[in-house]
Design a protein around this ligand. Sequence first.
Ligand code: SF4
Length: 380
Amino acid sequence: MSTAGIYIHIPFCRSRCSYCDFATGIYEGALAESYVQALVKEILSWQDIDTPAAIDTIYFGGGTPSMLSASQIEVILEAIHTRFGIQANADVEVTIEMNPGTVTLALLHEFHRLGIDRASFGAQTFDDRELVRLGRSHTAQDTRQTFNYLREAGFDNVSFDLIAGLPGQTLEGWERNVDEALTLRPEHLSFYLLEVHEGTPLAEHIRRGMQPQPDDDQSAQMYELMLDRASSAGYEHYEISNLCLPGFESRHNTKYWTGAPYYGFGCSAHSYDGSFRRWSNERDVARYTGLIQKDASPVVERIELSKHQARAEALFLGLRMMQGVDLKRHQLQFGADPWDSHEAELARFREAGLIEYDGDLIKLTRSGTLLSNEVFSAFV
Ligand code: SF4
């Protein structure tokens, strides 16, 4: 069995960004403390799998996990090590997400001492006006300073998140962002095209004409520009939205795209057993904490995938990786050639230049990455 990852959801932020629809709320000390206690209890009493796979990645996501203190992160890590029998010297990638301006140098030293060896942080843009429009609570200078702190604290695996296609953003403005990110030279870059989710303040601002509608064609040009600039600077494009310097792929996130198991803890966390079972936890923090305090299961949804669904998932998640899907391996695993199950769709996408074949590999072309949602929807 392949190794597994652990995801820990920390649902607290300093403030709420205008485009955010994640399960997160404003940080409050007492709530965070009772949440950490619930998390530890959930981890220590977890029995969803009889024989869990060996753990080699741990990922603190959110929210803004760096709002927690080092001692709170430490008790969570201890619970994981105890429950999953991780040896002290095991090669485990431990990532924490953070936002610029939410951490001190001393806290980063503490995180590093605890074995956290990867930091992923939401730079989003280096333009202060765009940060204000997004409702972000930091400035571009905070991003530069947090990055310097990370280096000083010994983090040699740092990832930036950048968002393209912001309302009013120009191609030139985006180019400046990309150049500044590449000059700092983090080991990893995740970049996203802004999605406007219904119910968020940003959607309301756009609806009322207070902010312009994002321009899809320009967003596509921004995506291409990012890929061109980053590959000239030595970054590898390994997943639709992710680039890295050689050897710095996110080991944890790669599990999501390659069908490896992962076990999620905390409100709204999702889990997968690596074959046919997926399950997810209660989304609301208070209800999640209440369930754990009552010794009840926080799981609110369990999905048993059919063989057809598992095969389709393996295809559309695998196609997110630029290396593509190995058809022989796929056939070995599922006993079926994707051509048998999805012949019409695959032929249509190949004709449209969205996918290509390379020996036994089937992969998205560059145009395919831009229209990936259309490709993936054919498999759902
Ligand atoms: S920091 Fe991230 S998780 Fe928190 S509100 Fe902003 S976008 Fe949402």
